[in-house]
Design a binder for this molecule. Structure first.
Ligand code: ADP
Ligand code: MG
Length: 314
């Protein structure tokens, strides 16, 4: 064993960015979740996802949202560039998913990214490719409908360890279907689709005029959609609202299906899941579980406190 002190060196900036990006984007489904949130922030009503090899070879997301201005294409993939937040105070009132400007930057550090986009008043669409956060060449004019198409190719091409850890494309595809299926239930009124490249049949598909229950039916099946109870409650003092659909005692599955959205973000909560399962255990056959879709919205109670502590912010 050697007891000689190691030499401390400063890491190269691209290495630092790549490590940071690998923390944000751990698998194709994470990248897709971030990009879907961007489509929703851009007020899209149609979001179509195409993947190849579980998203490891290709992810392509097409939306019909606001598009990105040509002038912004230079910096859109740099870290901390966003159209959603300007000042620190804006954080208290932000209603978009994004605000940090980290997702596209992270993705561009671990994959080849191409953006094709057209705004409502843009004369044509523009296409630009990125690597390590930077534009590779000036954006090129091209044909295209209003909205944005982002392609992500060869995810983790520059992180060999991560690529080796994700060697099962069908498992990755399963995670992608899970994320998109859940966002489509939560966003009735917006049409979603996911398919493998070259296939004609989509594995997730919801229609623009479908209700939440319609979407639960198309993603989770007819059996559960017939046995749902609509629930809701509100607490003014704690400043929260909750609503959703839960299965009744006639329905049970082998594994609990729990869609939990807090302030519109898909999250996991083991403690809430366990508490709910304890209640259901009294009604369901042994070793079977419920379906739940809960949306919880709360106001940040500390936001007004911040204003009180710092009276300059009105
Ligand atoms: P954030 O969402 O935190 O702002 P992102 O890195 O996810 O950061 O995106 C950076 C910026 O790129 C966004 O602020 C937005 O202006 C633009 N953008 C990304 N995706 C889309 C999209 N699908 N449609 C329109 N604009 C987009
Ligand atoms: Mg974002």
């Amino acid at each position: 064993m050697s007891f000689v002190a190691g030499v401390i060196r400063r890491l190269d900036e691209t290495v630092v960015n790549r490590i940071a990006a690998g923390e944000v984007i751990q698998r194709p489904a994470n990248a897709i979740k971030e990009m879907i949130e961007n489509c929703l922030d851009a007020k899209s009503t149609s979001i179509q996802v195409i993947v190849k090899e579980g998203g490891l070879k290709l992810i392509q997301i097409q939306d019909n949202g606001t598009g990105i201005r040509k002038e912004d294409l230079d910096i859109v993939c740099e870290r901390f560039t966003t159209s959603k937040l300007q000042s620190f105070e804006d954080l208290a009132s932000i209603s978009t998913y994004g605000f940090r400007g980290e997702a596209l930057a992270s993705i561009s550090h671990v994959a080849h990214v191409t953006i094709t986009t057209k705004t409502a008043d843009g004369k044509c669409a523009y296409r630009a490719s990125y690597s390590d956060g930077k534009l590779k060449a000036p954006p090129k004019p091209c044909a295209g409908n209003q909205g944005t198409q982002i392609t992500v190719e060869d995810l983790f091409y520059n992180i060999a360890t991560r690529r080796k850890a994700l060697k099962n494309p069908s498992e990755e595809y399963g995670k992608i279907l899970e994320v998109v299926g859940r966002y489509s239930v939560h966003n009735a009124g917006i049409s979603f689709s996911v398919k493998k490249q070259g296939e004609t049949v989509a594995d997730v598909r919801t229609l623009p005029n479908a209700s939440t229950v319609d979407n639960i039916r198309s993603i989770f099946g007819n059996a559960v959609s017939r046995e749902l109870i609509e629930i809701g409650c509100e607490d003014k003092t704690l400043a929260f609202k909750m609503n959703g659909y839960i299965s009744n005692a006639n329905y049970s599955v082998k594994k609990c299906i729990f869609l939990l959205f807090i302030n519109h973000r898909l999250v996991e909560s083991t403690s809430l899941r366990k508490a709910i399962e304890t209640v259901y255990a009294a009604y369901l056959p042994k070793n079977t579980h419920p379906f739940l879709y809960l949306r919880l919205c709360y106001q940040d109670l500390l936001a007004p406190l911040g204003r009180w502590l710092n009276p300059q912010q009105v």
